[in-house]
Write a protein that binds this ligand. Structure first.
Ligand code: FES
Ligand SMILES: [Fe+2]
Length: 383
């Protein structure tokens, strides 16, 4: 079986060699109102964010039995747990006695059970109600009927996927289609959680998605940071189902011109990025991975989660320091100071009403793919 990344990478080599970069057929315009209109925002919330498959973390964030955390970024208050059977589960964060929020804080806690602060009902990490103080005072209580309300949840390709709709489904084979093979090829399952940053940004969520689909800005906005590592606009992008994958040529791409497929290195000669619909971008850097998820708060406000995965637990201080440095450069020097900065600046510019539409060039083609897919999905869910 050939590597699932081979075809797009081979296209990147051919197009870069021939100077045939960009996709002029996908030029067009995007309406400015999609970034600030309250009705459009609400429509996206109702159709896209209430019911669907979302990456909420990596399985190594919950390492051991008893690990659990609150997750509040998908409209529903959620608890993520790992139980003694090793399974990771998701529940609504609400006690089944009189509804009190059970777990606070998105840091991971390790305890034998989750105890409600109000009357101390206790739940196992599998969601079962295990203890009720003065239980004899509830003559009609059947504890087995008062487990925490479970949400569809599955670990696949290393990621924890959740549907925030308790009545919803989670069909990851259907949702992921072919890109599942790519995620396996990158070995995300074997990587380990290193660090996460969570930040609120005054920008529409789609402006951040756009920024990570846009190869045109890399050598311009990032000219003092990562820009010099890449060949200008050497990128090939394609829609894969509802997702978009891109292969972006690093300077080392020219080395691959002389190599056979077996020697292509998909983290060294290029950088692969995946827009996993609707709100996560995966970036496979040379020696770590960035999982960037955006959670809409308001038309002009978004919570951004950046999870850094590394190949293995650091074995010594030098390795730890290496990844600390790498995370700091990409998170603060590049994403925060450059990408998120321009997204917030764009939101300010959009609010002036100076533009009814934005013009999209051939090196920004994948933005068009994303906005078309989003529109199709909104219409399908509405139907
Ligand atoms: S509301 Fe949770 S124990 Fe009473
Ligand atoms: Fe960027």
């Amino acid at each position: 079986m050939s590597d699932p990344r081979q075809d797009i990478f081979s296209e990147l080599i051919v197009k870069t060699r021939e100077g045939d970069l960009g996709n002029m057929d996908a030029c067009g315009e995007i309406e400015a109102k999609i970034y600030h209109c309250e009705d459009i925002f609400q429509d996206e919330q109702d159709t896209i964010f209430r019911d669907g498959a979302f990456i909420v973390g990596h399985h190594t964030m919950l390492k051991s039995a008893g690990d659990h955390m609150a997750f509040d970024h998908l409209g529903q208050p959620i608890i993520l747990t790992r139980a003694r059977d090793g399974k990771i589960r998701a529940f609504l964060n609400a006690c089944r006695h009189r509804g009190v929020r059970l777990v606070d804080g998105d840091e991971v806690k390790r305890r034998p059970s989750m105890v409600c602060p109000y009357h101390n009902w206790a739940y196992g990490m599998d969601g079962k109600l295990i203890a009720v103080p003065l239980e004899e005072s509830f003559p009609h209580l059947d504890k087995s009927c008062r487990s925490l309300k479970a949400l569809p949840c599955e670990v696949r390709h290393g990621f924890i996927w959740v549907n925030p709709n308790p009545e919803g489904t989670l069909d990851l084979d259907k949702h992921l289609g072919d890109i599942g093979k790519d995620l396996d090829a990158f070995g995300v399952d074997g990587e380990v959680f290193f660090k996460q940053s969570l930040k609120r940004k005054k920008t529409n969520w789609k402006l951040i998605v756009d920024a990570f689909l846009d190869g045109y800005h890399v050598k311009r906005l990032h000219k003092h940071t990562v820009g010099p590592l890449f060949i200008d606009c050497a990128a090939v992008s394609e829609a894969k189902g509802v997702h978009i994958r891109s292969s972006v040529g690093r300077n080392e791409l020219v080395e691959a011109f002389e190599l056979t497929e077996d020697d292509w290195d998909y983290r060294h000669h290029c950088t692969f990025a995946y827009q996993v619909f609707p709100n996560t971008t995966l970036i496979f850097h040379p020696d770590y991975s960035s999982i960037l998820s955006v959670y809409p708060i308001a038309p002009d406000e978004t919570l951004v989660s950046h999870i850094c995965l590394i190949p293995a637990e650091p074995e010594n201080e030098a390795e730890q320091a290496h990844y600390e440095r790498a995370f700091n450069i990409i998170e603060n020097g590049v994403f925060e100071a450059e990408d998120f900065f321009v997204c917030e600046q764009a939101q300010k510019g959009i609010a002036t009403g100076a533009n009814d539409t934005f013009i999209i060039g051939g090196h920004e083609a994948s933005l068009q793919f994303f906005h078309q897919i989003l529109q199709q999905q909104i219409q399908e869910k509405r139907a």
